[in-house]
Write a protein that binds this ligand. Structure first.
Ligand SMILES: NC(=O)c1ccc[n+]([C@@H]2O[C@H](COP(=O)([O-])OP(=O)(O)OC[C@H]3O[C@@H](n4cnc5c(N)ncnc54)[C@H](O)[C@@H]3O)[C@@H](O)[C@H]2O)c1
Ligand SMILES: O=c1ccn([C@@H]2O[C@H](COP(=O)(O)OP(=O)(O)O[C@H]3O[C@H](CO)[C@@H](O)[C@H](O)[C@H]3O)[C@@H](O)[C@H]2O)c(=O)[nH]1
Length: 435
């Protein structure tokens, strides 16, 4: 199939490269010329395991990028993979989606299409229920197009995680096709047929309505975010009793009704999705007159975990004027993404306490330097720890598990671990956040 994807960021580029690898001809459209040039040169614009290889193989060939929306005219369907950030009040900001939908409409309006061949526009981005229906389809139609004749809309939310996006996309737990027209459902089946054939095991397809598909994405993300907040709540109780929350989590995870995943307690959830999506659905629900109590509590608890980490550090060291190492800046391992990373409240809390921060991350340093140019960045974890009177661990990068004698170089070897990644050992004062 010929496929176009509007927005070539974390999702758009990963989906495009994977679809190209599965045999489709794919073009991404982005307003950022650096991204477009990188893809056409066979270079991935983001850090994501496995993506470099796919873009190197297909970039400039079956995978192309462009700044020109006219490219969609040679494709059977277009995915919208544009950002859906938050407004100041937490509600979803749809300006990028509406702009993209309007540009798609203008491009389609400029071309001859036969009535039995409407162009399918898929919402891949995470949007609150009824967005595709009430906000995007009308923007496409604004160009003088008729829904059902000139174009179709559908929702096809994406569940990939950063750090494992390629593997997740190619082996999803489910595919969700939110449609109101059999022609859209058929096109979605054609699009994903090679993926379902290549995936390890069966991939269930959920055929549902457009707004149900949009809500499934929020239910998925907020359920998982709340699961982490719940294990953090339980973990905080464990810490009060001197109980190891990880032993407790391992045991409850054996109950199939609970499941072993997303039970890692610590400094909380961050990233480009859980925080903004939780805020967006809370705001959307409130607008409808419903106040979601459990989701609000999940956010509140998550916001408090970084402060608990700093308070534990404060039990051992007065950090004012002291060098403190922050290990890990990315919101999770495997990515250079710092959007809503827990490192931000940790850094700001340390700054408020007057600490001299030295930060280290294997891949996210440059992104963080743009945001906090004035803190010191070390090239290795060992260099960050050397001379520090305290260290906090914010991201569970594997390499931190191997740290050992590096702690001997600290001025005061106090380590507060927000991710259960450092081995307790003699010679350091070790505090786990929930164990
Ligand atoms: N990041 C993830 O792992 C993930 C996973 C599932 C779903 N999502 C959802 O997917 C959507 C996209 O997220 P992302 O992380 O890929 O965002 P991103 O910010 O990484 O990428 C968006 C891209 O869109 C481009 N863009 C902005 N306006 C444009 C326009 N008018 N025309 C063309 N291009 C334009 C930007 O230059 C950028 O490259 C969001 O709704 C997000 O919630 C993200
Ligand atoms: O047991 C756990 C699991 C995760 N986290 C934290 O939760 C956040 C999110 O992690 P993860 O879900 O692995 O990464 P994301 O890339 O944010 O993926 C989520 O958000 C994406 C964007 O919507 C969805 O597509 C994915 O299905 C959903 O898992 C990170 O800060 C993790 O450190 C924990 O603290 N404990």
């Amino acid at each position: 199939m010929n496929v176009s994807i509007v927005g070539s960021g974390y999702v758009g580029t990963t989906v495009a490269a994977c679809l190209a690898d599965l045999g489709h001809e794919v073009v991404t459209i982005d307003i950022d010329e650096d991204i477009v040039d990188a893809i056409n040169d066979g270079e991935s614009p983001i850090h994501e395991p496995g993506l470099d290889e796919l873009v190197a193989e297909h970039g400039g060939g079956r995978l192309r990028a462009s700044t020109d929306y006219e490219e969609i005219l040679d494709t059977e369907l277009t995915m919208l993979a544009l950002p859906t950030p938050s407004n100041d009040d937490g509600s979803i900001d749809l300006q990028f989606m509406e702009a993209g939908a309007a540009s798609i409409g203008e491009a389609l309006a400029g071309a001859e299409r036969s009535a039995d061949d409407p162009h399918l526009v898929l919402t891949k981005s995470t949007v609150v229920p009824n967005t595709t229906e009430d906000r995007l389809a009308p923007r496409i139609a604004d160009a003088g197009l008729e829904r059902g004749t000139d174009f179709l809309v559908a929702s096809n939310p994406e569940f990939q995680r950063e750090g494992t996006a390629v593997v997740d996309f190619l082996n999803p737990d489910k595919l969700v096709f939110g449609t109101d027209d059999d022609r859209a459902t058929d096109l979605l089946h054609d699009l994903y047929a090679p993926l379902r054939e290549a995936a390890d095991g069966d991939v269930p397809v959920v055929e549902t309505g457009i707004s149900e598909a949009e809500m499934i994405k929020y239910a998925n993300n907020t359920f998982l975010a709340t699961k982490v907040s719940l294990i953090n709540d339980i973990g905080n109780i464990c810490k009060e009793f001197g109980v190891d929350a990880y032993e407790v989590a391992d045991a409850i995870g054996l109950d199939n009704r609970i499941g072993e995943q997303f039970l890692r307690s610590g400094v909380g959830w961050g990233g480009s999705c859980f925080p903004k999506d939780t805020d967006a659905i809370i705001a959307a629900a409130r607008e409808q007159g419903y106040d979601p109590a459990v989701l609000s509590a999940a956010v509140e608890l998550n916001d408090a975990q970084p402060e608990r980490l700093l308070s534990l550090l404060g039990d051992h060291v007065d950090v004012s004027g002291q060098r403190v190492a922050v290990l890990g800046l990315a919101f999770k391992p495997g990515t250079d993404d710092i959007r809503n990373t827990r490192a931000v409240p940790v850094i700001e809390g340390l700054q408020e306490r007057g600490a001299d921060i030295v930060a280290y991350d294997p891949v996210a340093t440059e992104n963080m330097r743009e945001r906090y140019p004035d803190i010191e960045y070390a090239d290795t974890a060992a260099a960050a720890l050397a001379g520090a009177s305290g260290a906090v661990v914010v991201t569970d990068w594997d390499e931190f598990a191997a740290l050992d004698t590096e702690f001997d170089e600290m001025a005061d070897p106090v380590v507060v671990d927000g991710r259960r990644i450092i081995e307790r050992r003699d010679g350091i004062t070790y505090e786990g956040l929930t164990w």
